[in-house]
Ligand binder design. Structure first.
Ligand SMILES: [Zn+2]
Length: 67
């Protein structure tokens, strides 16, 4: 398997914070977290970012499988 150590992943917010869009992230919410930038997204942005990320990894898998 490839190294996914720096890829974003889902987790439960351990403390309240603020998304880059300005929305509040409440403790216990399921959020998308980026280890490389140590930033988290609100649930709404998380859904969009997760969809983008999955689309990217699926493209990669598709291209890699062809060569
Ligand atoms: Zn947001």
């Amino acid at each position: 398997m490839a190294n996914y150590g720096r890829d974003p992943y889902w987790l439960m917010a351990r403390f309240a914070s603020t998304c880059k869009c300005g929305a509040a992230i409440k403790k216990g919410e399921r959020i998308f977290y980026y280890p490389s930038t140590k930033s988290a997204l609100c649930p709404k942005c998380s859904e969009a970012a997760s969809a983008d990320f999955n689309a990217c990894t699926q493209d990669e898998a598709f291209y890699n499988s062809g060569y």
